[in-house]
Design a protein around this ligand. Structure first.
Ligand code: F6R
Length: 611
């Protein structure tokens, strides 16, 4: 949430900051702004421009002559204070010499504000952030680093900040507590950003800051100190993302690109991780000994949103296939619940971004209680990936659309690999292992064949997009897919949708059924098929339109429903991979029909770094 960028170097600063913000826009798009240092002007003042709305609005508001030698920028997802120009970042102190951009929430801003007002500070915004530049000014005695160091000691809450002072040319000071911050190391130029997408066009050398660290950046150098003011020498990591992977290419938007990338992204998640000879999986990053793995008594999964749905599929699979009790829980719930952490439990945190605040804090709490927590993350070097005790990178590549699609199917792949590994340590035979493994290998192709239903799903969206409410229903391993289908539709089309277990339908949701409320059923060909078909009949008997995503050749279901989207026949345990595809496409095409901003839906942001 909220994107931050800072730059010190010889390039034209304002266009570079604008371009960086464009790449960070998915982190928030309520307002945006930049501040640049302009050494040499008679008053040494900062040049600041802000706009309400997206980066395009900021670009339009940018005076042609606004440039400087160093600067900071911000794209906002509003927390404290409405979406107004006054609340847009950067914020300054009363003198206008210090500018700050901030991602996070300063919890004690009211008391700090009262203290600063008594000293004569005048506040012009409703934000929590404004106390930061005012506090830095309060401590400033000619050295920005010293002032930031003093100021952050008074801050409670979360922050990733970048600060500049008009009188200290080329210097950017950043500080992190709970919100991500990365230094980009160039040749004769330095970057600071909330994530690497902002600077991957210029450098692939990055240094990730940890909580409590402060970085002092100039054009040619960076130095980091920790909470105790000790200098920290950190490893410079290399980012392997290609610039092309964060571009839309020939697609009209990122979401469509990411949906259609899934055969490749799933193949990447699996690649090099199958041990065909022993019909098992190889997951080197787990950092667990064989003895530890074979002694797991229970698996517990914590995550949010779509990642939680992947966890629900993972839990079902682990119990069903590996015979290990497993649960997937919402990070925002578990972190405040004082959960019982059993000695033989293995925990997973699932997160595309690796920065979701609830998932991160829940993970830290579980680790504090002594458990091993593995991460299933996409973003390499993200906080959850670094702080977990080991894990599985899903290698989806950058996911830019706010609604998660390809990361979800790659998270599923990670759970299928892990399940195969532990199942083979228990009762799964070599033959069963071979069958499971070869179906997993065929998933990219199954998904490719399902994507061929594109036009049919688009026609269905044209038919149904005016409905105000939808039900999504599935059973067993497809129940989480029903939840995911409903979430996708809500997020990007703003149509109300409820995902429920088809078995629960009669316990309440059926009251919603009417000719105006379509139901989307997921129909497997396993032991639950007959039960699901009975549920479809119950809806049809009450006049509700039914769409079914089912298995090709299932003529009975096809004849019963209004619209039928087939997926290729496979081992029923693998239908989550294929059955989610028509639901992603359906949400996408409904959103297009309704003229929604598919990649950046209202009120949302990609990476939820505040509670
Ligand atoms: C839904 C979506 C969100 C995220 C959730 C967790 O399309 O994108 O529900 O899944 O915010 O995000 P990560 O996986 O980054 O922890």
């Amino acid at each position: 949430m909220c994107g931050i960028i800072g730059y010190s170097g010889p390039r034209k600063t304002s266009p570079l900051l604008l371009e960086g913000l464009r790449r960070l826009e998915y982190r928030g798009y309520d307002s945006a702004g930049i501040a640049v240092g302009r050494e040499g002007r008679s008053d040494n003042s900062l040049g600041i421009v802000k706009a309400v709305g997206k980066i395009a609005a900021l670009k339009a508001a940018m005076p042609a002559d606004l440039d400087g030698a160093w600067g900071i920028g911000h794209t906002r997802w509003a927390t404290h204070g409405g979406v107004t120009l006054a609340n847009a970042h950067p914020h300054t102190d009363c003198s206008g010499k210090i500018a700050v951009v901030h991602n996070g929430i300063i919890e004690n801003h009211m008391s700090l504000k009262a203290m600063l007002e008594k000293k004569g500070c005048v506040f012009v915004s409703e934000t929590d952030t404004e106390v930061i530049p005012q506090l830095i000014a309060h401590y400033y005695k000619g050295n920005l680093l010293e002032a930031v160091r003093a100021a952050v000691q008074s801050l409670r809450g979360t922050y990733g900040i970048a600060c500049i002072h008009a009188d200290e040319p080329g210097r950017i000071v950043g500080a992190r507590n709970g919100s991500p911050l990365v230094v980009g190391v160039g040749a004769g130029e330095m970057f600071l950003a909330s994530d690497v997408t902002a600077m991957v066009a210029y450098t692939n050398k990055v240094v990730y800051l940890n909580d409590g660290e402060i970085v002092d950046i100039t054009q040619d150098s960076y130095s980091i100190i920790d909470r105790d003011e000790n200098r920290v020498d950190k490893k410079v990591d290399e980012v392997t993302w290609e610039l092309g992977s964060i571009e839309k290419g020939d697609f009209p938007c990122y979401m469509e690109k990411e949906i259609f990338e899934q055969p490749e992204s799933i193949a990447r998640a699996i690649s090099g991780r199958l041990d065909v000879e022993n019909s098992t999986a190889k997951l080197g990053g787990l950092n667990l000994e064989r003895r530890h793995l074979s002694g797991i008594g229970r698996v517990r999964i914590i995550a949010a949103g779509t990642s939680w749905h992947a966890g629900l599929v993972g839990a079902h699979l682990l119990e069903h296939v590996a015979r290990i009790p497993a649960q997937s829980e919402l990070a925002s719930e578990i972190r405040y619940r004082n959960p019982v952490v059993e000695r033989d439990s293995l925990w997973f945190t699932v997160s595309q971004s690796g920065e979701t605040a609830d998932s991160l804090y829940a993970m830290r709490e579980i680790q504090r209680k002594g458990a091993t927590v593995l991460g299933i993350c996409n973003v390499v070097g993200s906080t959850i990936a670094r702080e977990s005790d080991g894990g599985i990178y899903v290698h989806s590549g950058p996911e830019i659309a706010v609604a998660s699609t390809k990361a979800f199917t790659s998270q599923l792949a990670a759970f299928y690999l892990f399940t195969l590994l532990v199942a083979r340590m228990k009762d799964m035979s070599r033959d069963e292992g071979i069958s499971f493994l070869s179906t997993l290998q065929s998933v990219p192709d199954l998904v490719r064949r399902t994507l061929a239903q594109r036009d049919k799903v688009q026609a269905m969206a044209k038919k149904y997009h005016k409905a105000k409410d939808f039900l999504f229903l599935g059973r067993g391993i497809l129940y989480p897919i029903a939840l995911e289908g409903a979430l996708k539709l809500k997020e990007i089309s703003y149509i109300h949708a409820e995902g429920c277990s088809a078995g629960e339908m009669k316990h309440g949701p059926i009251a919603l059924v009417s000719p105006e409320v379509p139901s989307v059923f997921l129909v497997s060909d396993d032991y639950l098929r007959e039960k699901t078909i009975s549920n479809i009949r119950e809806i049809k008997a009450r006049g509700g339109p039914v769409i079914a995503v089912g298995v090709e050749g299932d003529d009975e279901t096809k004849s019963l429903v209004d619209d039928f989207i087939p997926v290729p026949k496979s081992d029923s345990r693998f239908y989550p991979f294929t059955m989610v595809i028509p639901l992603q496409l359906f949400a996408y095409f409904c959103a297009l029909e309704l003229g929604r901003d598919v990649d950046q839906p209202r009120n949302l942001a990609k990476s939820v770094t505040v509670e």
